[in-house]
Design a protein around this ligand. Structure first.
Ligand code: GDP
Ligand code: MG
Length: 193
């Protein structure tokens, strides 16, 4: 009998400028809530959520950068053993989009080559819902604020295609695409494991 309470364990690391909504995305997914007010900072380095995918228990250890969102201040130890990275920007903040190449350089420097870089994977059907299984690495958050959008979907798609990265737009507030983001990624990680 297995000692473990899961079949798979994956470490997922969220990066991107301060204020883009990383903590809110993690809390929406792990706790099902959108933190009120500005103070979304949490006192732990990671949160855990176990999901079931095709009968397999998948434990996701999701690391959130708390106050370290300046380039080169996140050290190798943070990326070490990461199975996947989620690079996030805010669709209402041009600056957070323009910083993405800096983040990519940091990823190249520090992240292990085991980190997922594949763009599209075969379709896999979930027990929960049937969605295309893809590695989600690039996320535009706050789509509920459409009237304040500064970065068009087309620009983001062009950027993600040039970088060979999968792109998804989310709202932590409205819970749009948040489950999809993490479950697609978990599915992709299983198929790579
Ligand atoms: P972090 O610094 O990347 O962790 O960003 P936070 O998660 O702390 O969020 C920064 C601010 O953006 C907070 O005021 C959140 O309430 C807000 N925020 C985060 N996600 C969303 C979203 O999807 N929609 C809207 N409207 N606001 C969001
Ligand atoms: Mg945060």
């Amino acid at each position: 009998m297995s000692m473990e309470d899961y079949d798979f364990l994956f470490k997922i690391v969220l990066i991107g400028n301060a204020g883009v909504g990383k903590t809110c995305l993690v809390r929406r997914f792990t706790q099902g809530l959108f933190p009120p007010g500005q103070g979304a900072t949490i006192g732990v380095d990671f949160m855990i959520k176990t999901v079931e995918i095709n009968g397999e228990k998948v434990k996701l250890q999701i690391w959130d950068t708390a106050g370290q969102e300046r380039f080169r201040s996140i050290t190798q130890s943070y990326y070490r053993s990461a199975n996947a990275l989620i690079l996030t920007y805010d669709i209402t903040c041009e600056e957070s989009f323009r910083c993405l190449p800096e983040w990519l350089r940091e990823i190249e420097q520090y992240a292990s080559n085991k980190v997922i870089t594949v763009l599209v994977a075969p379709e896999v059907s979930f027990d929960i819902t049937s969605i295309t299984c893809i590695s989600c690495r690039f996320v535009g958050n706050k789509i509920d604020l459409a009237e304040r959008r500064e970065v068009s979907q087309q620009r983001a798609e062009e950027f993600s295609e040039a970088q060979d990265m999968y792109y998804l737009e989310t709202s932590a507030k409205e819970s749009d695409n948040v489950e999809k983001l993490f479950l697609d990624l978990a599915c992709r990680l299983i198929s790579e494991a």
